[in-house]
Design a protein around this ligand. Sequence first.
Ligand code: HEC
Length: 136
Amino acid sequence: MIKNKHFSTLALSAVMSIAIFATPAMADKKSNKSLKKAAKTCKSVHPKDVSGCALTFSRSHGNCLACHQIKGGALSGNIAPPLIAMKARFPNKAVLRAQIWDATVKKPGSVMVPFGRHKVLTEKQIDKVTSFIHSL
Ligand code: HEC
């Protein structure tokens, strides 16, 4: 009995360490897959900026298509304005970046994900997404 109990404790701790160590790795794998899939689309629709486009389109990264229409992006949502003619509407790139970093600064209560404040994207990824969006 004691031996059995010992074994199950051991088994449990093994399972727990798998859960602790495997989960982030599995999430990484899934997000890499999503980025790769987006990059494949981007190669044909936005060949000039594949990495910025992929971060924007990837469901595990920007996922901007959930709410915005963007040229070349499939299955987009429409609860937010389409991202077109950005240079004309956002001549200052810093203003555009600020919108992506935290939309609630300009509009408290915005449903847009505060990508910088919530660290959904890294600062470098936000720079890339901003450049891509600015080119639309
Ligand atoms: C959950 C929905 C949602 C997601 C996801 C989302 N947005 Fe938004 N976004 C909005 C809404 C709604 C607005 C309209 C203004 C507001 O309510 O803040 C907006 C506004 C904007 C604007 C200003 C547009 C304009 O015409 O003034 C930009 C630029 C923008 N989003 C970029 C992005 C980018 C880039 C991403 C992905 C990294 C993204 N959004 C993801 C909902 C979203």
